[in-house]
Design a protein around this ligand. Structure first.
Ligand SMILES: Cc1cc2nc3c(=O)[nH]c(=O)nc-3n(C[C@H](O)[C@H](O)[C@H](O)COP(=O)(O)OP(=O)(O)OC[C@H]3O[C@@H](n4cnc5c(N)ncnc54)[C@H](O)[C@@H]3O)c2cc1C
Length: 197
């Protein structure tokens, strides 16, 4: 549970010695490879002047469990590779959904209405499957709130872009939570690249 959202973000993989690789690429431009590691904020200074292409050499792969509302927005980020749980080949037998805390905060009756809607969606979904309708068709009755899982690979430049856009106050609350978690992890693994965000 993060800020009232039952979502998960896990770092699965990252370019080994990512900041070293980035500095190697940057220093190659000026033929100063002999100075690798001598200036603690070298990468940060390049980025401040807009020399950012070298951070594209490092990538990270995240596992995210969240709603389909969230993943619909997340996959708009195109410099990426995605693998998402299928609703065509996997039956959504259990009613798994993300309930935004904003619903419960509104009122008990709003929460009851929301949960009632989820129950009805899954009842109809199961009934359709029982009559022989394929999961890819029955899923049309499932809600946006339906829980999903996705594995995302982005380079560091795209991760910076996602963090900037998706932690903004204008972004969807659920995606702010997930982007905030990505940001927290990114700062731990590559502080020179992400610390300013
Ligand atoms: C608060 C908020 C509200 C939004 N509301 C809506 C909405 O109502 N409707 C809607 O449809 N979308 C909406 N979006 C999605 C938004 O329009 C973008 O599609 C999404 O944020 C992906 O960002 P991007 O296109 O910058 O970046 P990415 O796909 O992550 O690409 C990164 C960067 O690469 C460059 N780039 C990538 N592809 C191209 C290209 N083909 N040509 C030129 N440059 C490229 C751009 O500089 C881009 O910023 C919203 C996003 C936010 C954050």
């Amino acid at each position: 549970m993060i800020n009232g959202y039952d979502v998960e973000v896990k770092l699965l993989a990252i370019t080994p010695e990512a900041e070293k690789l980035i500095e190697k690429a940057g220093r190659l431009c000026w033929d100063t490879q002999d100075k690798i590691g001598t200036v603690p904020d070298r990468i940060r200074k390049w980025m401040e002047v807009g020399h950012e292409s070298m951070i594209e050499h490092a990538c990270a792969t995240f596992y995210i469990r969240a709603s389909r509302v969230l993943t619909h927005e997340l996959v708009r980020h195109r410099m990426a590779s995605y693998s998402q749980r299928s609703q065509r080949y996997v039956k959504e037998n259990e009613p798994r959904y993300i309930e935004p805390p904003e619903i419960k905060q509104r009122s008990e009756s709003a929460q009851e209405q929301f949960e009632q809607a989820m129950r009805v969606c899954w009842e109809v979904y199961r009934d359709l499957l029982a009559t022989g309708v394929k999961p890819e068709i029955a899923r049309y009755v499932l809600p946006n709130a339906c829980e999903t899982q996705i594995i995302c690979t982005w380079n560091f430049r795209e991760i910076r872009h996602i963090i900037k856009l998706r932690t903004s106050k204008r972004a969807l609350p659920e995606i702010r939570v997930v982007a905030g978690e990505i940001s927290r992890v990114a700062k731990e693994v590559a502080p020179q690249v992400f610390q300013d965000l």
